[in-house]
Design a protein around this ligand. Structure first.
Ligand SMILES: Nc1ncnc2c1ncn2[C@@H]1O[C@H](COP(=O)(O)OP(=O)(O)OP(=O)(O)O)[C@@H](O)[C@H]1O
Length: 275
């Protein structure tokens, strides 16, 4: 099979040169993502790390069909996001900080609504709702309206609603944000359980211990670019550092140093041509 008929060679998530440029009324042109390549396999947990504003959320939103890329290509479970976004949505569970809940629906009603949107019905629908309630420990508040729930309870309902259809690909933007230690631990166990079930999980986080514990591979994003990606051991070997925090800082400092050299080179050559 050729690359054009099998993009990503069976990858659950495949991105090639993904770019996103915003035109912001105040800031002008913002190059949020400047060319991200990524592949994530079934049964793999892949973590995206990067400082604030690095382009993680924008990347995840493009992969989830929420934003159209300015250029580049993304393929989810064999489906091109630009060609068939609806089919892509059936195959992903997407959670982001802005995932909203209908305030007047209960958690259980929310799960039922989204389960039906994904084509579940009858016993299969009820079993999926029950599984999501158990996975995210929602039983004590599943019948309260979402507007009455705490931040962490809302986050748990949001996650449950994103995965009620048990999609092959999970794309989670900072999934443990707002969760207490017990709920974070449940979330981590859930992500591990998805790997065991052969699902692919791509998530962003600022919590390095979470990435260290969970990820089969890690990608470090900075200024809209993928600085490095690989297993933790590969990133350690690349940087000569042991702890993920030091690995991360070394990669960012290296990128900053390279940017200074590039800028100096560009200014020297423009000086030469001016002379
Ligand atoms: N709709 C938009 N219009 C203009 N600029 C945007 C828009 N969305 C994001 N950006 C800019 O794109 C850049 C990348 O933002 P993004 O939210 O992807 O970063 P992030 O890595 O997820 O950051 P954080 O860790 O803080 O969530 C930032 O400079 C941000 O201000």
């Amino acid at each position: 099979m050729t690359e054009s008929t099998n993009p990503g060679h069976g990858a659950a998530i495949f991105a090639d040169g993904l770019k996103k440029t915003f035109r912001d009324p105040q800031r002008g042109v913002v190059e949020a993502v400047r060319g991200v390549d990524l592949d994530c396999q079934p049964g793999e947990i892949y973590g995206l790390l990067g400082p604030n504003g690095a382009g993680k959320t924008t990347t995840l939103r493009m992969l989830s069909t929420i934003l159209a890329p300015t250029s580049g290509r993304a393929v989810i479970d064999g489906i091109d996001v630009a060609k068939d976004p609806l089919e892509v949505r059936r195959r992903i569970g997407f959670l982001s900080g802005s995932t909203g809940l209908y305030p007047r629906l209960t958690g259980r009603e929310t799960l039922r609504y989204f389960g039906k949107l994904h084509g579940l019905e009858g016993d299969a629908l009820e079993a999926s709702i029950q599984r999501a309630i158990e996975d995210f420990d929602l039983s004590k508040f599943a019948d309260g309206r979402c507007e009455t729930l705490s931040t962490g309870q809302k986050q748990r309902v949001s996650i449950a609603r994103a995965v009620v259809h048990d999609p092959p690909v999970l794309i989670l933007d900072e999934p443990t944000t707002g969760l207490d230690i017990m709920a974070s631990s449940d979330m981590i166990k859930f992500i591990e359980s998805r790997r065991e079930a052969g699902r692919c999980v791509l998530f962003s986080t600022h919590i390095l211990s979470e990435a260290e514990r969970l990820c089969d591979r890690i990608g470090v994003v900075y200024s809209g670019r993928m600085l490095a990606h690989g297993t933790l051991d590969e990133l350690r070997a690349d940087t000569g550092k042991e702890w993920l925090e030091d690995v991360f800082l070394a990669l960012v400092q290296r990128a900053d140093a390279e940017a200074v050299v590039t800028a100096a080179g560009a200014s020297a050559s423009s000086g030469e041509s001016d002379a």
